[in-house]
Design a protein around this ligand. Sequence first.
Ligand SMILES: [Zn+2]
Length: 84
Amino acid sequence: MSSNSYSGSCPVCQGSLNINSDNRPFERVDTNCMNCWFYSYTKTGRSTLEEVIDQKNEDLEDTFHDVAETITEYNRYSETDFNI
Ligand SMILES: [Zn+2]
């Protein structure tokens, strides 16, 4: 199974919420309400290098090795399109 459509309850107006899910190329769910026009969707992209380093610095000791390794890992996918 790849894509699926069903309905649920809108979190804003409790009306009928259209839900569309897909598991290719990865798991994602989009919703929209035809009553109050609430919507949600899966946004794709790539974090900036600064965001990656900031995130790593929160988890790890801030050493030169960690930063250099992060830059190498980041640049490994520099030619990749993340807008799937
Ligand atoms: Zn609604």
